[in-house]
Design a protein around this ligand. Structure first.
Ligand SMILES: [Zn+2]
Length: 61
């Protein structure tokens, strides 16, 4: 399991967990990794936070 860097929720990440499937974020996130918030921290956002963050990002651009 991975832990969300924003809300500390536990979620499954295909990049970190040993799974044959691509991570869900590959379908949701079409951004370079540098575009993520707090790129200096290792870790991912959970699906809820990633969607929320994408919404905020769209709203501010
Ligand atoms: Zn989260």
């Amino acid at each position: 399991m991975s832990t969300c860097i924003r809300c500390n929720a536990s979620f499954r990440c295909g990049m970190v967990d040993s799974t044959e499937e691509p991570c869900w974020c590959a379908a949701l996130l079409r951004l370079p990794a540098e575009a993520l918030p707090q790129p200096e921290q290792p870790g991912c956002l959970c699906p809820d936070c990633l969607r929320a963050w994408l919404g905020e990002r769209d709203a501010s651009s």
